[in-house]
Design a protein around this ligand. Structure first.
Ligand code: ASP
Ligand code: MG
Length: 421
């Protein structure tokens, strides 16, 4: 018994039948003696459709009006889900974000939650009701509706769990947890019982589609441990078990392992600035300009300085999202005249393969093992970067899937029990 926050994403409420299934899941949780607060997203692809509709009117919709429009998707979901609960005889009430007390800043379309006044939710819970809250939305100081950025219902749920000091926070989606690799690429991939915030953050940054990055950051910041579960799994009232992946601050001792997962990001571009002068301030100059253009850089590698004709030179390589390539090239080309002799080259036929795990830095030979897996398949590594809990290799795009499988096999992530350190 306790206070439970559940979140259901758009794919969980795409059809009438799915609303009914979600309602049964909620009803079961309530019957177990819990107070239940549910955050729900807009049905199916409705948010995308609403964006399209705005586009059919104007190329430059005002951000404020976009929020008024986009918030309607979630409002449909809360009403329908509450009706489905009523059909099951469950006392439930729907609340929009503002009604539920979500106060945000006024950054339309990407607002941040600044407070949740939980008084109304608590009153409804005290009256024995299940409370169905619209995710992804709130209200700013001026009384205007705001939305939290794409995928923002996750953030709504995490923040609500924090403000309500929930005993349990369950994020229901269309997969039953976080896997050691994408099962579509690696059929032997294993569902992880537990994963740390840091590992999820690194996996998501490495290209794994886990959940909205900012929500995991929020969870870490608030210390909200949560569980990722499938809304498609058998219902508990039909004997199904609630089994997913727990996202925690620290792995429990029996879950310690060197590597938790392998991820691949195919939407990257590799840019190299060749022949830059090897002197202080050059990297600063280049990366300041890229930063000002709001380009997120990922792998950054500088070669050792060489040459002596016009003084030593060095090459700097980096990767960025492929969507940012054009802007990044513009920035680089604009910089070139400052560095006579320098050139810029790029490559989009690449993919980044990464291993992530809290044991990466504290165990010998982890990098060598990854490189061995790639060497055995004759896959060339074009860039290497590493952090405390991640090692990434850039490889040819055409070899990326093979690389993921080879690395996954090498670390025996598929079919063995966790390796105890
Ligand atoms: N409906 C919003 C979106 O599609 C929020 C969410 O699904 O979390 O981005
Ligand atoms: Mg959505």
């Amino acid at each position: 018994m306790g206070l439970v926050v559940q979140k259901f994403g758009g794919s969980s409420v795409a059809t009438a039948e799915k609303y009914r299934r979600v309602a049964r899941r909620i009803a079961w949780k309530k019957r177990q003696g819990n107070d239940v607060v549910v955050v729900v997203s807009a049905p199916g692809d409705m948010t995308d459709d609403l964006i399209e509709r705005a586009r059919s009117i104007t190329d430059r919709p005002s951000a404020r009006e976009m929020d008024v429009l986009l918030a309607t998707g979630e409002q449909i979901s809360i009403a329908l889900l509450t009706m489905a609960l009523h059909e099951l005889g469950v006392d439930a009430v729907s609340l929009t974000g503002p009604q539920a007390g979500f106060q945000t800043d006024d950054h339309h379309r990407a607002a941040r939650i600044v407070n949740i006044d939980t008084a109304r939710i608590r009153r409804e819970l005290a009256a024995g009701r299940v409370v169905i809250v619209a995710g992804f939305q709130g209200m700013d100081d001026h009384g205007d509706i705001t939305t939290l950025g794409r995928g923002g219902s996750d953030a709504s749920a995490i923040a609500l769990a924090a403000y309500l000091s929930a005993d349990q926070c369950q994020i229901f989606t269309d997969v039953d947890g976080v896997y050691s690799a994408d099962p579509r690429i690696v059929p032997t991939a294993r569902r992880l019982d537990e994963i740390s915030y840091d590992e999820v953050l690194e996996l998501a940054a490495a290209g794994a589609q886990v959940m909205q990055l900012r929500s995991v950051e929020l969870a870490k910041q608030y210390g909200v441990e949560f569980e990722v579960l499938s809304s498609l799994a058998p219902l508990p009232d039909e004997g199904g078990e609630e089994r997913g992946t727990k996202v925690v601050a620290k792995l429990s001792p029996n879950n310690h392992r060197i590597v938790s997962g392998v991820a691949v990001d195919s939407k990257v571009a590799h840019i190299t600035l060749l022949g830059l002068p090897d002197r202080p301030g050059v990297a600063y100059r280049a990366f300041k300009a890229l930063g000002d253009a709001r380009i997120n850089l990922d792998m950054i590698v500088q070669s050792a300085g060489t040459g002596c004709g016009n003084g030593p030179t060095a090459d700097i390589s980096f990767t960025c999202a492929r969507d940012d390539l054009e802007t990044a090239l513009e920035v680089c080309n604009r910089l070139l005249p400052e560095f006579p002799g320098a050139r810029v080259v790029y490559d989009t036929d690449v993919a980044k393969v990464s291993i992530v795990g809290s044991g990466v830095a504290s165990n010998y030979g982890v990098a060598a093992r990854m490189f061995e897996a790639l060497a055995e398949k004759d896959i060339n590594i074009e860039l290497i970067t590493g952090s405390e809990i991640k090692i990434s290799c850039l490889v040819r795009a055409s070899r990326a899937m093979e690389a993921v499988r080879a690395v996954h096999d090498k670390f025996e992530l598929g079919d063995v029990a966790p390796i105890v350190q």
